[in-house]
Every structure is written in structure tokens, then in C-alpha cells.
Ligand binder design. Structure first.
Ligand SMILES: C[S@@+](CC[C@H](N)C(=O)[O-])C[C@H]1O[C@@H](n2cnc3c(N)ncnc32)[C@H](O)[C@@H]1O
Length: 275
């Protein structure tokens, strides 16, 4: 996978726009950032920090646990886990610009002693085997069609007894050709699993106690509300980031809302354990 191809997804354009959001919140470039101020800008999934709290509770995190956050984006979930649960977190991110901005934000939040950032691809394995007690991934696996290898890599990264918590897309109905093309062109997503395929592939990778929960109904609320709120804020967003960024994100958010409302795209919460 290359950085350039994943950039067809507009959420990943001009990721340094978060600095403009901070300036607008009264925090100048380079100044320390209270982590709480960032939480409204640095979570690239649905449900914000509530979703991360859910993950922390489901894996019963304690400060002694070593955590891997796969596909860490701007580092929002990793910083939240470190602040909330007191764990050391390794934040692994594929895209160099996101990795760069995430690392700076972590320093500015004063959390560099707990969160270490790595730039790399989970498929290529820049993480130590057996090095983690908990693995999280929010809306990452949808970008990775090589599922067999992905789940094997995640399984390897965990120590015996370790747990995995994932929130992701799945094929809930039968996606139309048009929906598949849209997912490929605008969400960098090719070949989503059905729930039975997901369970089978996790079993094959060696995971046990696999629990899959269909969370589509609550996600529809989040994505529709996000699309409407973004459009309603057009004047503010355009003033802050320019017309091109606004148009790209507006299209992205409304596309996601349309796909979920279509009923064939679903959201799953996945829990699994390595014995
Ligand atoms: C929708 S974002 C979610 C970011 C973060 N998990 C969050 O919830 O805020 C998905 C992230 O996964 C990253 N990603 C995709 N494929 C990856 C891979 N093979 N290895 C590591 N990161 C990956 C993307 O670059 C992107 O930053």
C-alpha cells in the first residue's frame, strides 16, 4: 500500500488542518495542548472518546498493560488510552504525515513518556512479536484486504492472554456494484468481510473467545449527524481550511452517511483473545 493511494480518501487530505483548529481554539502553534481540547478534533472514528472508553472497559485495561493501537491516525485514541488508563501505548500509523502530526501533538500534550509513535504498516511487522497485552484498531481494517495476513500479524503481536478490540466496517447486506466502487474510490476500501467470514478468518488466525456485535444502528446516527453538522458549519469550515478542503470533506461525510443508510454497509465491534 502506498501513501498516495490511500490519500484518495479525503479525511486524510491536509491532516495538518488540526493545527488551524487548535489556533481557532486559542492555542498557538507550538504551545502546550491540554489533551481534553484535542479530543473533539483527533478521533477519526465514530462516537469519539466514548468509543475509546468502551474499548478500555471491554479489555479491562490497567496501567501495567502494554497497548498497541494499530492505524493510530492523529493519535487521538492512543493519547486518550494513556491519559485515562495510564498505560504505555505504541501508536502505529501507516501515513508519514499523520504519524508526524500525531507525534508532535503527543509531545505538546505532555504524553510522550506514555505514547510512542511508529510509522509503518501492520502487515510489514514493525512491532515486536508477543509485545502487547492489548491491541486496538478503530476503522483501520477496512483499508486492508489482506485479512489473513492482517489477523495473523495481530495475533503475533499479542502476548498469551492478550485481547483485541476492533471497530470496523463489514458487508451487512449485499453491496451493489455502485456501492463497491464508491467504497474503493472514496474510502480506500476493497473487499469487506461478512460477519461469518470475519469469524472464520479470526478462528484461523488462532483467536479464541471471538465476539462480534453489530453496531450499525448507532453508527447510522453518528455518520448522519456528522454529515449534517459539517454542512451546516460551511461558513466556519471554509474560513478555517479553504473551499477545497471543505468540498472534499463534505463529499466524504455525505458519502459515508449515504452508504450506511443504504443498509448494506455495517459496523461491527469485535472482541477476541489469544490464549
Ligand atoms: C479512519 S483512520 C482511524 C484512525 C484512528 N484509529 C482513530 O480512530 O482516530 C484509519 C487509519 O488507519 C491507518 N492505516 C491503514 N492501513 C494501515 C496499515 N496497514 N498499517 C497501519 N496503519 C494503517 C490509516 O493511515 C489511517 O490513519
Amino acid at each position: 500500500m502506498t501513501d498516495e493511494t490511500i490519500k484518495t480518501m479525503k479525511l486524510y487530505s491536509r491532516v495538518e488542518r488540526v493545527y488551524a483548529q487548535l489556533r481557532h481554539a486559542g492555542i498557538a502553534d507550538g504551545e502546550p495542548v491540554p489533551p481534553g481540547v484535542l479530543w473533539q478534533f483527533d478521533q477519526y472514528h465514530y462516537g469519539g472518546t466514548d468509543a475509546v472508553d468502551e474499548g478500555i472497559a471491554r479489555l479491562a485495561l490497567e496501567p501495567r498493560h502494554r497497548v498497541l493501537d494499530v492505524g493510530s491516525g492523529l493519535g487521538g485514541p492512543a493519547r486518550f488510552i494513556a491519559s485515562r488508563a495510564g498505560c504505555r501505548v505504541t501508536a502505529l500509523e501507516l501515513q508519514p504525515d499523520l504519524h508526524e502530526v500525531a507525534s508532535r501533538l503527543t509531545e505538546r500534550c505532555g504524553l510522550a513518556h506514555l505514547v510512542s509513535h511508529r510509522n509503518g504498516d501492520i502487515l510489514e511487522g514493525p512491532v515486536p512479536a508477543g509485545g502487547f497485552d492489548a491491541l486496538f484498531a478503530w476503522l483501520v481494517f477496512l483499508h486492508i484486504p489482506e485479512r489473513e495476513r492482517l489477523y495473523r500479524r495481530c495475533h503475533e503481536a499479542l502476548a498469551p492472554g492478550g485481547g483485541m478490540y476492533v471497530e470496523d466496517y463489514f458487508e451487512r447486506g449485499t453491496l451493489t456494484d455502485d456501492e463497491r466502487e464508491t467504497l474503493a474510490a472514496k474510502v480506500y476500501s476493497r473487499g469487506l468481510p461478512r460477519l461469518d467470514e470475519l469469524r472464520r478468518d479470526l478462528d484461523r488466525a488462532g483467536f479464541t473467545q471471538v465476539a462480534l456485535e453489530d453496531v450499525t444502528a448507532s453508527w447510522i446516527g453518528h455518520v448522519v449527524e456528522r454529515a449534517l453538522a459539517y454542512r451546516a458549519n460551511r461558513k466556519h469550515e471554509t474560513a478555517l481550511h479553504g473551499e477545497e478542503v471543505f468540498a472534499g470533506l463534505d463529499d466524504f461525510y455525505s458519502t459515508i452517511a449515504r452508504l450506511f443508510r443504504g443498509g448494506n454497509l455495517g459496523g461491527v465491534r469485535l472482541l477476541a483473545r489469544k490464549l
